[in-house]
Design a protein around this ligand. Structure first.
Ligand code: ATP
Ligand code: MG
Length: 456
């Protein structure tokens, strides 16, 4: 009787946990990106553009490192589980090979020709190494000139200092975002914000000819609002919708790991953005990097801020097509000078009833749920002051209840015998998942908006 119970159990869990899917996609994304970078590296390597190749190998490597850190909840994923294993195995193999190749290239003097021919790390299966460069060119890829299409500066450009090279690597590896990402349609509601981003960022990047003079777009933009309502999501969607190079800065890439040289990184960042324009520089949690200056503040972070302001003024007054976008849920803590430069400030509010309905629909699509239209309406009404991420948590909680009530029997119940979640589950879930944003906080946002927000 237990035959097949393993697989039915796993599909039950798979249905119950939407979170699994997200991580899976992310892992696949990193896998594919690493592959892409390594294939490009191989081509450069074959052509003998060693510096370029090196950069791409390093980039591939950092993508792999990050990719291998992604955890996929692997409790009985069935088919998906095998994919996960295969992607991880690929990345592990590539990592080993890339490290080896990087070492080879590093050991060889820049002019020496005694380096072994490169191997295509992606397609190679521990083949015996050929002594001479193969003349067969790598498969050309049908790849649009999307973000990063022009990542490397032309070969033969002025030899950059070692320091500069290193900073470039950091930015290309950690900051330049080529992730296949969220699309507009994945974001519920927020029509106003989408419209504003369309006008300020997407169209100007596509039609620079139209957006000049009086129509010149704002160069600085702030997305602010209570946590969990899609600020980061919007920026990610922007990265895939705008045909612009997308630099994604987080507090960690600038401060903790690179503190002391963060300001150099900022300089290099704007320089690269100018080389790869049109470009978007997105700074998430901008308050933590560019907060109000205080007396006891660290010297390094003061320098970072100053450098940022200098670079930003260069952008605001220059002809480069660069937009700086910040996101924060603590706009009050933003440095005055920074706030002034982010001239358009768009409030990302708590979801209104229509948005909540759309979000619930999105979250429940494809899930076994028995909810009447009236149930959904009651739920929409009951979730006043729930943020987008609160709603997601609510649905996850409701989804797990039918599984939880099975107790130990869960291991032998066929997937189709698990009852769909119903209105009662949501009633229960509403008790444990409470709104995470207080009315107090909302009042503070309203006040800030009245004082500094852009209304248009
Ligand atoms: P924070 O200020 O804490 O950084 P945020 O505004 O950046 O929050 P996100 O990370 O963008 O919030 O959203 C959190 C999660 O909530 C998303 O991953 C998504 O699952 C869900 N979510 C929030 N708003 C929306 C929306 N409008 N459409 C779809 N999903 C949403
Ligand atoms: Mg965020």
């Amino acid at each position: 009787a237990s035959q097949g119970s393993e697989s039915s159990r796993s599909s039950a869990l798979q249905n119950a946990k939407t979170a699994v899917h997200g991580d899976l996609e992310k892992l696949r994304g990193y896998h594919d990106l690493a592959k892409d970078a390594l294939e490009r590296a191989y081509r450069r390597d074959m052509e003998g553009s060693r510096a370029e190749a090196m950069k791409l190998y390093r980039m591939g490597l950092s993508i792999i490192y990050e990719g291998l850190l992604i955890t996929v909840q692997a409790t009985g994923l069935g088919n998906a589980f095998n994919n996960v294993a295969a992607w991880r195995a690929d990345m592990n193999k590539w990592q080993k090979n890339v490290l080896e190749r990087i070492r080879e290239l590093e050991l060889a003097s820049p002019t020496a020709s005694g380096v072994r021919a490169p191997q295509n790390i992606v397609s190679q299966q521990s083949l015996p190494r050929s002594p001479r460069p193969q003349s067969r060119p790598a498969q050309p890829q049908s790849r649009g000139l999307g973000p990063g299409g022009a990542a490397a500066p032309a070969a033969g450009s002025t030899p950059a200092s070692k320091e500069e090279e290193r900073l470039r690597d950091v930015i290309e590896g950690e900051v330049l975002d080529r992730r296949p990402s969220v699309r507009w349609k994945d974001i519920a509601g927020l029509a106003g914000a989408k419209q504003a981003l369309q006008e300020m960022v997407i169209l100007p990047a596509q039609r620079a000819d139209l957006f000049q003079g009086l129509r010149a777009p704002a160069r600085g933009l702030l997305l602010y609002g209570p946590p969990g309502n899609g600020k980061t999501l919007l920026a990610k969607a922007l990265a895939s919708e705008a045909r612009a190079t997308f630099f994604n800065i987080s507090a960690s890439s600038l401060t903790s790991k690179w503190h002391g040289e963060a300001e150099k990184l900022v300089r290099m960042l704007f320089k690269l953005a100018a080389e790869m324009q049109p470009a978007i520089i997105f700074i998430d949690e901008i308050d933590s990097i560019l907060s109000e200056r205080s007396a006891g503040e660290h010297e390094a972070s003061r320098r970072l801020k100053t450098q940022f302001l200098v670079e930003f003024d260069g952008v605001a007054n220059g002809a480069e097509r660069i937009v700086v976008i910040g996101a924060t849920n603590r706009p009050q803590e933003l440095d005055d000078a920074v706030r002034r430069r982010l001239v358009k400030r768009i409030y990302i509010p708590m979801p209104d009833p229509d948005t909540r309905r759309a979000l619930l629909k999105h979250l429940l699509s494809g899930q076994p749920a028995k909810l009447s239209r009236a149930d959904v309406e009651r739920l929409v009404a009951a979730t006043h002051n729930y943020s987008g991420s609160d709603l997601a948590a609510l649905c996850r909680e409701a989804a797990i209840i039918p599984i939880r009530e099975l107790g130990p029997a869960v291991s032998s119940v066929p997937a189709d015998k698990i009852r769909p979640m119903d209105a009662g589950d949501f009633e229960t879930a509403l008790q444990s998942i409470r709104p995470s944003v207080s009315p107090d906080q909302l009042a503070r946002f309203a006040k800030w908006t009245a004082q500094y927000g852009t209304t248009s």
